[in-house]
Ligand binder design. Structure first.
Ligand SMILES: Cc1cc2nc3c(=O)[nH]c(=O)nc-3n(C[C@H](O)[C@H](O)[C@H](O)COP(=O)(O)O)c2cc1C
Length: 158
């Protein structure tokens, strides 16, 4: 099992870390050749522009031996009611045929938006697991929510 995620502000990264602690799975942070701006207002514009043109930002790092993984827990923030475009780059880079993608999405109120549909379109040969949405970095009950979500997906704790 692989936990792959993209995070701009750290919320998704924190959630991924908690999932890693509970599962012991490998962790992969999607990093960009040209990172987005650190400035919130600037990244809002950049993200909207990238979504409008359906950009595929170039990913700087790559998963070794991707074929060894059956299940990919895929984390991202809700950006403009969908996936950040680096998630599209990631989904197009690897062969997801026969694999299960289990999305987890950090958001500011819009939950998944259109992101699940976007993922299904980009990885049509994958099976989709039960997704998890988390408000920003989650609350005090995040570990319990993650444990319940893993169980729902038949993923055993480490
Ligand atoms: C460019 C951008 C667009 C966003 N668009 C949405 C949105 O459409 N709906 C929503 O609920 N939250 C939206 N948010 C809020 C993020 O989903 C939220 O802050 C999330 O916790 C960020 O995760 P991160 O810290 O891992 O980057 C947006 C944030 C950014 C930076």
């Amino acid at each position: 099992m692989l936990i792959a995620f993209f995070s701009w502000g750290g919320n998704t990264k924190g959630i991924a870390g908690e999932i890693q602690a509970q599962t012991g799975a490998d962790l992969f942070e999607i990093e960009l050749v040209t990172p987005y701006s650190d400035d919130y207002n600037t990244v809002l514009d950049q993200a909207q522009h990238d979504q409008n043109i359906q950009a595929r930002p170039e990913i700087a790092n790559h998963v070794e031996n991707f074929e060894q993984y059956d299940t990919i827990l895929l984390g991202y923030p809700n950006w403009w009611a969908s996936i950040p475009m680096p998630i599209a780059s990631f989904l197009e880079e690897y062969d997801f045929a026969g694999k299960t993608i289990v999305p987890f999405c950090s958001h500011g109120g819009g939950r998944f938006g259109q992101s699940l549909t976007a993922i299904a379109k980009l990885a049509p040969d994958a099976t989709m697991g039960e997704p998890l949405s988390v408000h920003y970095s989650g609350g005090a009950d995040l570990p319990d929510e993650i444990a319940a979500w893993l169980a729902q997906n038949g993923i055993a704790a480490a």
